[in-house]
Design a protein around this ligand. Structure first.
Ligand code: NAD
Length: 245
């Protein structure tokens, strides 16, 4: 049976990706850092509404020991790891002048080091995968990797770093494991819930498709990359046309 780990999947984009994998026939690991109740509820819904199984594993991806334990437990639970989605991420809105170096480091620790830690721990298991589409890693970057952002320089830097990691790992792990990224634009989740209605309207007007994205829009992109056997080192931009490259 095929299995997938989605980091940070107790809510938002991670939850939608986990559900999509279960709908598509994969057993899934719901990884969370703090909110056990929410993670358990996601897993119970998957168990109830799909034909696949979900297991809950607590781990802070920025901690290499936690990342190793996440993988060891996941292998025990699933039997194999065939796909990894490095989705866990944090954001913070602060101007550079007010940004303490420790906060800068924390964003990079989770968003870049976290993906590195989990990938490194999962590597030997992914290499053993026998799924017909081949094993894959998908990293969730951001449109801000290209555009930058004045009040979240550390977040933008972390998401740009993730694209470098993606391409490097795509080369490192070829031809066995495909490694790609998705760069979402504005997706309606808790992460973007702090906008005032006026700010949200202004942002929406920049999007040719006239709406914000939903977590399921990103799940579609991740599912495509999971199955796209001749695509590696690529970034799929999912932003309603806000940035056309
Ligand atoms: P979210 O805040 O709802 O979800 C983030 C998840 O990551 C949460 O479940 C959180 O608990 C988990 N997480 C945070 N730190 C963790 C850690 N150290 N270890 C394990 N889990 C951890 O936000 P979201 O919008 O669903 O974001 C998911 C990913 O998509 C993030 O990487 C984010 O940067 C990226 N992204 C989001 C948007 C957007 O507009 N929402 C746009 C571009 C990229």
């Amino acid at each position: 049976m095929a299995g997938a780990i989605i980091t940070g999947s107790s809510r938002g984009i991670g939850r939608a990706v986990a559900r999509r994998f279960a709908d598509d026939g994969y057993d899934v690991i719901i990884n969370y850092r703090n909110n056990a109740e929410m993670a358990t509820s996601v897993a119970e819904t998957i168990d109830r509404e799909t034909s696949r199984e979900a297991r809950v594993v607590k781990a802070d991806v920025s901690d290499p020991g936690d990342a190793e334990a996440l993988i060891t437990t996941s292998v025990e639970e699933l039997g194999s790891i065939d796909h990894l989605v490095n989705n866990a991420g944090i954001d913070q809105h602060v101007y550079t002048e007010q940004l303490p170096p420790t906060d800068f480091d924390r964003i990079l620790d989770v968003n870049v080091n976290g993906a590195f830690n989990v990938t490194k721990a999962a590597l030997s298991y992914l290499r053993e995968s026998a799924v017909p589409e081949g094993p894959s890693i998908t990293n969730i970057s951001s449109i801000l990797a290209y555009t930058g952002a004045p009040i979240e320089c550390h977040y933008a830097a972390s998401k740009a770093g993730l694209l470098g990691l993606t391409k490097s790992h795509a080369r490192d792990f070829a031809p066995t494991i495909r490694v790609n990224a998705v760069a979402p634009g504005h997706i309606e989740t808790d992460m973007t819930a702090d906008r005032t209605p006026a700010e949200a309207n202004r942002e929406r007007q920049q999007i040719p498709l006239g709406r914000f994205g939903q977590p399921e829009d990103i799940a579609d992109a991740v599912a495509y990359l999971r199955d796209a056997g001749f695509v590696t080192g690529e970034t799929l931009n999912v932003n309603g046309g806000e940035l056309m490259r």
